[in-house]
Design a binder for this molecule. Sequence first.
Ligand code: TRP
Ligand code: SF4
Length: 339
Amino acid sequence: MTQPRKKRVLSGMRSTGKLHLGNYVGALANWVKMQDEHECYFCVADWHALTTDYADTSQVKQNSIDVLLDWLAAGLDPARCVMFIQSHVPDHAVLHLLLSMITPLGWLERVPTYKEQQENITGKDLSTYGFLGYPVLMTSDILLYKADFVPVGEDQAAHVELTREIARRFNNFYGKNAPVFPEPQTVLTPAPKLHGTDGRKMSKSYGNTIMLTDPEPVVRQKLKTMVTDPARVRRTDPGNPDVCPVGDLHKIFSDATTNEKVNVGCRSAGIGCIECKSWAADALVNILNPMQERRKKYEENPRLAWDILENGSEQARKNAGATMDEVRDAMGMSLKLDG
Ligand code: TRP
Ligand code: SF4
């Protein structure tokens, strides 16, 4: 019996530099798991980085390298997935152009992140053609590989929904005989949102992150200053790990025994926050250490990492090229005389 075709996964991250624990829990950890079940493509979206930072491109390349190193550190494995860089697979731009022809302006203006970011991000000029087209570029990333699944955080779900609508519209126009693009499904990361050291959502722009590259003393120091259950003012006040950012860290990274100790000890004021935080730091150091070990190998020899991206991009170009042949056929624009 022939095996059914493996489902295909595509996801990506913008080139924004080194990743933090929130990026790991919110996406990367899930990707690492998916490598064994599916045929996976992961895209370093460096063109997407330009949609908000087009004037100064001096950091884009280094940011792409940093993202890649963190992927490799976290356990993405070139033998089990394809890692590639968007700007070196030109068909992303070609498909983006064709899809831009069929995408109604109203669909883009209605994407929630569009207005939100225009209102909330000050100091950046977001009134460009490229920024409006951000979700169309993302759609091209996804459809070029005919992805079945797109693992993303909740903030990206509206973009994948738009991808489905654009795929449907394309198939309606040009896929009368057979649909060209499958409508991809969003796979939401099961992990809860991670809080930063100040208790707000962990985010680079808040300066409250724990980075995957933070050395042990930095992790311990950041934990020391992390906010806790605000009701626990004195050592003798009982607390509640369910409303404490440190409690959340335990739930994600500590074993059952530690979680039990935290739960009982916090609620009865049997343990102090300092002790509790040191256990959380232990758990973090435990998962970050092996990542940092792995990262070292590539940091010392960046060529190794770059080769992975080059090989991945070559593989991606082949897949993308095959899809573009089908796209041209479906649109009646191939050079075949009978097509
Ligand atoms: N827009 C995504 C983000 O900001 C990154 C991204 C680019 C992406 N291309 C993608 C995610 C394709 C999923 C699929 O996080
Ligand atoms: Fe948070 Fe731990 Fe302090 Fe409880 S004991 S409030 S879980 S840091």
